[in-house]
Design a protein around this ligand. Structure first.
Ligand SMILES: Cc1cc2nc3c(=O)[nH]c(=O)nc-3n(C[C@H](O)[C@H](O)[C@H](O)COP(=O)(O)O)c2cc1C
Length: 183
């Protein structure tokens, strides 16, 4: 039997009621339904230091855990708030603590949540970063505009079009990861 692909989720917001976090949890739920093994590297639980460029962070066991989980992952879903027209420092810092060793050659999908109207700024900028580490970001993506009005009390998306787009993104990540692994 083929073992399921592993998808690791990173969130770029430290707000407990974060919409990018809600979207990521939905995405991971969809991926699990599609047969993937999923995990959320919760930044509120695993406290990461700011990247200093050091190889080791002995005071922060979360860094080792981040590297281990990332090594095991076949693919990543990055979910970020839009901050000042780009992705957040939190998501960049998470990626900066990793290297080619854990990221290269793997599939990436990206989600952004923003307070304003729809745009792809954070998503486009994440494409540049993932290309730099030799990752493969799928062409599908989702920006959730005016995120404050897109979720119900259970954290589900209320707009069927956004829900469909999220499904499309996750399907692309799962399909491409399976293809890359078999190939
Ligand atoms: C520092 C900061 C910068 C922001 N910059 C933008 C921005 O450039 N464009 C925008 O539409 N919303 C911006 N927002 C609003 C956030 O994108 C919005 O509140 C989003 O829901 C935050 O993500 P979260 O819910 O996952 O924490 C900004 C918010 C903060 C705190």
């Amino acid at each position: 039997m083929i073992t399921p692909i592993k998808i690791l989720g990173f969130c770029g917001s430290l707000r407990p009621q974060s919409f990018s976090r809600a979207a990521l949890l939905l995405a991971l739920e969809i991926a699990e339904k599609q047969g993937a093994s999923v995990e959320f590297f919760d930044p509120l639980v695993h406290i990461l230091p700011l990247c200093t460029g050091a190889k080791e962070y002995p005071d922060y066991p979360a860094v080792e855990l981040l590297k281990k989980k990332s090594t095991e992952a076949d693919a990543f879903i990055l979910s970020t708030p839009e901050y000042h027209g780009s992705f957040s420092g939190v998501i960049k810092n998470t990626l900066d603590l990793l290297s080619f060793d854990e990221l290269s050659g793997k599939i990436f999908g990206a989600i952004s949540a923003l307070g304003g109207v729809h745009n792809s700024n954070a998503l486009n900028d994440l494409r540049i970063v993932t290309r730099q580490v030799h990752g493969w970001m799928v062409t599908e993506q989702i920006a959730i505009p005016q995120a404050w009005k897109q979720f119900d009390a259970e954290g589900k998306l209320t707009d069927p079009k956004l829900e469909e787009r999220l499904q499309g993104l996750v399907t692309a990540v799962v399909t491409k990861t399976n293809l890359l692994r078999v190939g």
